[in-house]
Design a protein around this ligand. Structure first.
Ligand SMILES: [Zn+2]
Length: 325
């Protein structure tokens, strides 16, 4: 039986996969790639497809080699930096030492780094030497949400590939094929900005309508800095919910931008609120607001307390609203 791989059809058709597939087919499989993408779900599938293709001409998904990859039981294929923890120099030293050893099964050896943004400068420097003097048959496939966190010296030694945003239709089809109900898949796709990861999160949110309303109500009600304390204890800013609330605020603000640009909005059910918010936030204020949510995410990643981040968020939103009138 064939193991299922999420969004396989869509990712096989991506230019990122086709580029690497064609490199392998022409015998020019690079010793290192850097895949730029914030779509972590898509990256998972892309990694699996690359690994299958490295050992099987059609990446069929059914042969012995492909099945080992799908079951993650192939000793020569390693998946690293999969979580949000920092990838230490010690771990990288183990990787580079391991890369110098003969392949377990005698063929190629692959190392996939999913969250290369979690690899510190020192660890990247450790990897650099291996990238400069690559071992035969050893391939590194790095991926990160941005190339800003990757050392120039590393970037100059890898082939860069962009995993582009997917169309709304592809995302909808991919979600349905992975078992998501049609209606939810449509909603997720519409709000996804081309990312399977975002689409799945929005499609899976059972209380989506309520969460969207809460974010819109907050932005309507937050008139000035005097209102900030009213919202600080709001459950949308609890430790558990603040990240998804930030996503909702981003959705609303993206719609405010579309509203100003006379484009169709994604949160159709919130049209009235979006109109009210657009009266308060100019086009440039809405753009600035999206930068503020980005900073909030960084603060949360650096372990700031949720309520402090909420305080910062609201004060900054009020500030950009007045500054960009
Ligand atoms: Zn196969």
């Amino acid at each position: 039986m064939k193991e299922s791989l999420r969004y396989e059809k869509e990712i096989r058709e991506s230019s990122a996969f086709r580029t690497i597939e064609s490199d392998i087919r022409r015998g020019e499989f690079s010793h290192a790639y850097f895949i730029l993408s914030e779509d972590k779900d898509a990256v998972d599938t892309l990694f699996a497809l690359i690994a299958m293709r490295a050992y099987c001409d059609s990446a069929c998904g059914a042969c012995k080699e492909c099945r080992k990859i799908l079951l993650r039981s192939k000793p020569d294929v390693k998946y690293l930096a999969e979580g949000s923890d920092n990838f230490s120099v010690k771990e990288m030293t183990e990787v580079t030492e391991d890369a110098g050893l003969t392949a377990f099964e005698g063929g190629r050896k692959l190392y996939f780094f999913k969250n290369f943004e979690c690899v510190s400068e020192q660890s990247q420097n450790k990897l650099l030497k291996t990238l400069e003097e690559p071992f035969d048959g050893v391939h590194f496939i790095l991926s990160a949400v941005s190339s800003a966190t990757v050392l120039q010296t590393v970037l100059s030694r890898v082939k860069q590939v962009v995993l582009s945003a997917f169309s709304e239709e592809s995302i909808k089809e991919g979600l349905i094929a992975s078992g998501v109900e049609k209606e939810k898949a449509e909603r997720g796709a519409r709000l996804s900005s081309g990312s399977f990861t975002k689409a799945r999160a929005f499609a899976a949110d059972e209380d989506f309508a309520r969460h969207a309303s809460e974010a819109a109500d907050l932005l309507v009600g937050l008139k000035g800095s005097a209102d900030v304390h009213n919202y600080l204890k709001n459950p949308i800013f609890s430790k558990e919910r603040i990240l998804s609330s930030l996503s909702m605020i981003e959705l609303v603000m993206s719609d405010v931008i579309r509203y100003h640009a006379s484009l169709p909005i994604a949160l159709r059910e919130k049209e009235e609120e979006i109109g009210k918010i657009a009266e308060m936030y100019s086009l440039s204020a809405a753009g600035e607001a999206l930068n503020v949510t980005l900073k909030c995410r960084e603060r949360l990643k650096a372990n700031c307390i949720a309520q402090n981040v909420a305080d910062y968020l609201m004060l900054k939103l009020v500030e950009v609203k007045y500054k960009c009138r």
